[in-house]
Design a protein around this ligand. Structure first.
Ligand code: FAD
Length: 320
């Protein structure tokens, strides 16, 4: 479905990221009667999805997986009317009003944004990567796969997101090399089986890209597999790896960032841009825990409600 909304259909709040921070923000925003949309690329792509056993979330003695904890918060948010869509946000225009959020399937608009994308972003580019962005290096198969019709392309990653991108590419490319840098992939089994069984896909475990090679455009990759190196000719590379950096690439430097690229917020989880709030691991902080992310999601939603409704302070009956 096209996500392009008319003016009267602008959401009041869009939450980017549906982990403990984003799902809790959605719960509070929707319960306050705000028309709320959550765009989340997948729970297993976030820190909560990586946590196998959580036993210190208050009221949930556990142990419980982070994914199950998030599923429960999301369900609670949905029960108050929050809408969730599994989409990756590629870009956000936060300085205009209404604010715009772009995904591969369209543009969404909102009066306020809550950024809750966590801190599983990449810490650095591969050699050659930055120089060749748009010249064979891409991060969005839905956007760019047709450019690689009949070609050989490489996808580097070990998440469900990387697998889904590889499967989209395999519809166009002659061959997709799926390079997993670790000894195993953190991917739902059925998705993993689909990838491995695809006739156009070759999966290589324990294989890291050392360099993306090419003058004007991508020509090859230099890879290492268990100590041995080789050069493989490719026309495209999709580096979809994870790290420990705050995920802020889609903001394009529009909000003030702190050391290491974290989002700077005040005590109301307000960023440097009016109407833009942030919560959870993406924010500058010392401790990264699910309960802290959830609490910050609550604060961000309260502040967003004040902003959207043009009030100077929260409603007296907040949370009742
Ligand atoms: C292995 C591990 C174990 C842990 N154990 C514990 C524990 O025992 N107890 C505890 O309290 N905490 C634990 N943590 C920390 C806890 O998981 C995090 O502090 C918490 O998940 C942060 O929540 P968040 O919502 O800010 O970010 P995340 O959980 O990372 O969620 C961010 C969400 O944003 C989505 N997203 C990112 N980019 C985009 C985009 N461009 N478009 C759309 N969506 C996007 C992601 O897919 C993800 O769903 C653990 C973390 C790890 C990695």
């Amino acid at each position: 479905m096209s996500a392009i909304l008319g003016k009267e259909e602008v959401y009041e709040v869009i939450v980017i990221g549906g982990g403990p921070a984003g799902a809790t923000a959605a719960l509070y925003a929707a319960r306050a009667g705000l028309r709320t949309l959550v765009l989340d690329k997948g729970v297993y792509e976030g820190a909560a999805g990586r946590a196998q056993r959580i036993e210190n979330f208050p009221g949930v003695p556990g142990p419980i997986s982070g994914a199950e904890l998030v599923r429960r918060i999301q369900e609670q948010a949905q029960s108050f009317g929050a809408e969730f869509r599994k989409e990756k946000v590629l870009q956000a225009e936060v300085l205009r009003d209404p604010k715009e959020v772009w995904t591969a399937s369209g543009t969404y608009q909102a009066k306020a944004l809550i950024v809750a994308t966590g801190a599983m972003g990449r810490n650095q580019f591969l050699p050659g990567e930055e120089r060749l962005i748009g010249r064979g290096v891409s991060y969005c198969a839905a956007c760019d796969a047709p450019f690689f019709r009949g070609a050989v392309v490489a996808v580097a990653g070990n998440t469900g997101e990387a697998v889904e991108e590889a499967l989209s590419l395999a519809k166009f490319a002659a061959r997709v090399l799926f390079l997993v840098p670790s000894t195993n992939a953190l991917v739902p089994p059925e998705l993993w089986e689909e990838l491995k069984g695809h006739p156009n896909v070759e999966v290589r475990i324990s294989t890291r890209i050392l360099e993306i090679v090419g003058k004007e455009k991508v020509e090859a990759i230099r890879v290492a597999t268990k100590g041995s190196e080789e050069i493989i000719p490719v026309a495209g590379v999709f580096p979809l790896l994870q790290g420990t950096a705050p995920v802020v690439d889609f903001l394009g430097g529009q909000v003030r960032l702190g050391e290491g690229g974290c989002v700077q917020v005040d005590e109301g989880m307000r960023t440097s841009v009016p109407g833009v709030f942030a919560a959870g691991d993406v924010c500058c902080k010392r401790f990264r825990q699910a309960v802290i992310a959830a609490a910050e999601g609550c604060v961000a939603a309260v502040s967003a409600e004040v902003y959207v409704r043009g009030r100077s302070s929260p409603r007296a009956d907040w949370g009742r």
